[in-house]
Design a protein around this ligand. Sequence first.
Ligand SMILES: NC(=O)c1ccc[n+]([C@@H]2O[C@H](COP(=O)([O-])OP(=O)(O)OC[C@H]3O[C@@H](n4cnc5c(N)ncnc54)[C@H](OP(=O)(O)O)[C@@H]3O)[C@@H](O)[C@H]2O)c1
Length: 219
Amino acid sequence: MVSSADGAVSAGGAGSGGLSTPADRALFRALRRSADCVLVGAGTARDEDYRGVRPRRPGPDGRQPGPPPVVVVTGSAGLDPGARLFTDTVTPPVVLTTTAAPADRRAALAAAGADVVLLDDLSPTTLLTALGRRGHTSVLCEGGPTLLGALVRADVVDELRLTLVPVLVGGPERRIATGPDPLPVPRALRLAGHEAAADGTLLLHYVRATAGIPAAPNG
Ligand SMILES: NC(=O)c1ccc[n+]([C@@H]2O[C@H](COP(=O)([O-])OP(=O)(O)OC[C@H]3O[C@@H](n4cnc5c(N)ncnc54)[C@H](OP(=O)(O)O)[C@@H]3O)[C@@H](O)[C@H]2O)c1
């Protein structure tokens, strides 16, 4: 996820692309190379006109694995079957939804090439279990704040790659994870790596620590 220095996830109505920097884009591509799938909320897929992950370069052994699928979570199945998600992709997208979504929309997405998967509900546990059954254990969630907020609330986030961009945005912009309820106890994270780019972008790599908030330093 990319954030301004004052915590905004988008700037100037341009979505996260309005914030991203070259260092962030390089990290974004690298993370995609090692993921089993790219999980995203329908709001982000719509707002950012998502398309499929680009093909990977051949490895040293000459093998060129297919790009991971984009997996979209949507309760409404309200995606445009003519969008780049369906027309500009090597690997067919996966749509995770439920029977509560209108049948004609689900059928239109399947006809557009999506693998439409009907789940009992769209809770994080159900989503991750369904992905695990498909062999997708390394799940890269690219947001947005609603989906990440649900994953945080369910306490299923193992790592956070947070890019801090040296700009101030102000205004009503949202932060990287939002939702109606916070975790009862904040999830503590451990800084596993960090890098500062020449333009002041900070690439932060956090992993889960033990439960609870870190102890305050003495003094
Ligand atoms: N800075 C960053 O790194 C970053 C990253 C990603 C996105 N963004 C920005 O965030 C904005 C979009 O945020 P958002 O919060 O609206 O989008 P989101 O989390 O991508 O998508 C929300 C939508 O996804 C579906 N959904 C997600 N979680 C669900 C759940 N647990 N159960 C049922 N449905 C679920 C619903 O779709 P339906 O409405 O179809 O039912 C919901 O309306 C965009 O402006 C984007 O540019 C920023």
